[in-house]
Design a protein around this ligand. Sequence first.
Ligand code: NAD
Ligand code: GLY
Length: 370
Amino acid sequence: MEQIQVKTETKSYPVLIGDGVIDQLQQVLEERVRDCSRILIISDSNVAPLYLDEVKSKLSGYQVNEWVIPAGETSKSIREYEKGITYALRCQLDRQACIIALGGGVVGDLAGFIASTYLRGIRFIQVPTTLLAHDSSVGGKVGINHTSGKNLIGAFHQPEAVLYDIHFLKTLPKKEWRSGFAEIVKLALIRDPDFYDYLEENVRSLPIEDEILTDIVKKAISIKAEIVGQDEREAGIRAYLNFGHTLGHAIEAESRYQSITHGEAVMIGMIFAMKLSEEHFKTKVFPEGFFTWVHQLGYSDWHATLNKGGLLLETMKKDKKSQENKIRMVLLKNCGDVILQTVEDSILTAELASYRTWLKTIAADRVAEK
Ligand code: NAD
Ligand code: GLY
């Protein structure tokens, strides 16, 4: 088992990583959630049939309630949030209660937001079950979507602990591996060129092989923990974690969160941000062989996805980094060298048009190669 300590201004907590760490749940609760009166496990309709009983079997001596939400991004809604609060009230959760979020980023964000607001805040534990949740379960950003855009309603509320059991990933669909791996590539690109080289050399297909999975997740979480430790409330460098997200979130919103996963949209957004960076700073930003690598890993259909977007620029403006209706993008001067930069609408409009054409050329090249 591996352990990372996340140290923020408001809380310090452990992230346990490895095969079988769910066995530590009872002990973690006893140590980290003292005098816990009742537990509410929140999970989703895909994860609950697979793992809810297993998680419950690790708990003894607690009164446990469970609430299962429909799987998928649309559950990060005001409606589902209200249902969750109503259910917690019906279960008579008091201020000593604890919520366990068992699932991917959707469950973690919604359950964490319920925990952050119910009775002005109760304790919660993250039990992530997706690769992507190496990111979402750490750092205390919790929230839901508004019909106008992603994560527009939320809070900072750190969990008491994160139990990242690698064995939950065994049932993860391939596209969810791609979604999560895009966020790992992101962390490497913004923070650690050596880690990027390691990934490029060792991850040649998805799922990631068991032998290197724990190490990769541990490294990714330690990068995230380091950033969050320096800037819990995104006053500075935490915004760099948004690399690829300005366009990525807009693509997700315009696809109504149906046809593309979060990480796949972020991959398209990262490529756009790198292309823009190269033009802006006149430096080489794309690592050698980047496209061949990510294409081999199964990231494709870029131009088809982007072409579905109509109002992208307007949707991009809803990004939380925007100031005075101007889009601010996370750009790279080099691998590991990041800057937050205001980009004029006219430049973005032109770049989006040229990006569409460019992606089409790449897609045509791939077809020709086959
Ligand atoms: P998700 O929670 O929707 O999970 C993806 C799919 O996989 C769902 O259908 C889910 O039911 C299924 N699933 C989950 N675990 C499984 C398992 N072990 N076996 C089989 N199926 C499983 O999505 P996600 O990619 O985990 O998270 C995306 C969300 O996370 C987005 O809403 C994004 O905004 C958010 N996010 C938050 C942060 C943060 O810091 N709070 C960071 C990154 C992303
Ligand atoms: N995933 C973005 C953040 O945690 O800040």
